[in-house]
Write a protein that binds this ligand. Structure first.
Ligand code: NAP
Ligand code: GCO
Length: 261
């Protein structure tokens, strides 16, 4: 048996939300290299143009769709367009997400709701849009991008932790409800990854920088490329009996009490 074949995504259509840059872009790039046809979305013209250029530079013919994942009508239209232009979505990565770092009692309800809307409600909306096609096709892979905050809290990220904790349980519930339709729904829990989202924490001399290094056995920030292999595994036939699992790709943070000062 050609063992590597089980990791191939040849002939598959993958939708990666929020994949104009950051973690989503890295995962979409890896999927393309593994053989998948890529569909991605973002909200702004500028990011879209830059993303299409960036994919082209990698030799990837990715199809970009303007879509705010919190808007159900836009999501439904995007999925229908993908199904028309590329085919049924075989692999969905719910990657689009934001964070607001505000002490809870200073955070407005509107700000809290906005984070929940993008980080938790949107994965529900997009999954609901693609699952019928997966059921019809007889298989599907859904990968939700969770977080250390699916397991841990910290100051100023109440909305984000609530959303990512909820996303962990949404992952397990999709597994429970649609596993019999041969849909595997798993999560990836990245540790601290160097992307625009964490750029404010990585500025020169920022105390958080040394803090994270002291909490990470690998003693480094992760890179989006660290997520490529785990993401391919969860999107491929190699994980057909893995379901409802959150795969933490964190350099060991969750296993480690932290370096003695
Ligand atoms: P990022 O660099 O800020 O990228 C976020 C992406 O989400 C952007 O492409 C953004 O596109 C898109 N997005 C945000 N809101 C959207 C909406 N309403 N509709 C459509 N697209 C939307 O973040 P990242 O670090 O790559 O993180 C990606 C995912 O990984 C997030 O879910 C994040 O919570 C999670 N994560 C990140 C880390 C980390 O350390 N970086 C660790 C664990 C988990 P626009 O240009 O339209 O804003
Ligand atoms: C923060 C960071 C984290 C990372 C990630 C960790 O402010 O604590 O942004 O939340 O984004 O989610 O897994």
């Amino acid at each position: 048996m050609d063992y590597l074949k089980q990791f191939s995504l040849e002939g598959k259509v993958a939708l990666v939300t929020g994949a104009a840059y950051g973690i989503g872009f890295a995962i979409a790039k890896a999927y393309a290299k593994a053989g998948a046809q890529i569909a991605f979305n973002c909200r702004g013209e500028k990011h879209m143009a830059e993303a299409v250029e960036a994919y082209k530079k990698e030799g990837i013919d990715a199809k970009g769709y303007f879509c705010d994942v919190t808007k159900e009508d836009e999501v439904q239209k995007m999925v229908k367009d993908i199904e028309k232009e590329l085919g049924t979505v075989d692999i969905l990565v719910n990657n689009a997400g934001i964070i607001k770092r505000i002490p809870m009692i200073e955070m407005s309800t509107e700000e809290f709701r906005q984070v929940i809307d993008i980080d938790l409600n949107a994965p529900f909306i997009v999954s609901k849009a693609v699952i019928p096609g997966m059921i019809k096709k007889g298989h599907g892979k859904i990968i939700n991008i969770c977080s250390m905050m699916s397991e841990l809290g910290r100051e100023t990220v109440s909305a984000y932790a609530a959303a990512k904790g909820g996303l962990k349980m949404l992952t397990r519930n999709i597994c429970s409800e649609y596993g019999s339709a041969n849909i595997q729904c798993n999560g990836i829990g990245p540790g601290y990854i160097a992307t625009p989202q964490t750029a404010p924490l990585r500025t020169e001399g920022h105390p958080f920088n040394s803090f994270i290094l002291s909490k990470t056995p690998a003693n480094r920030w992760g890179t989006p490329e660290d997520l490529e292999g785990p993401a391919i595994f969860l999107a491929s036939d190699a994980s057909n009996f893995v379901n409802g699992h959150i795969l933490y790709v964190d350099g060991g943070i969750l296993a480690y009490i932290g370096k003695q000062p």
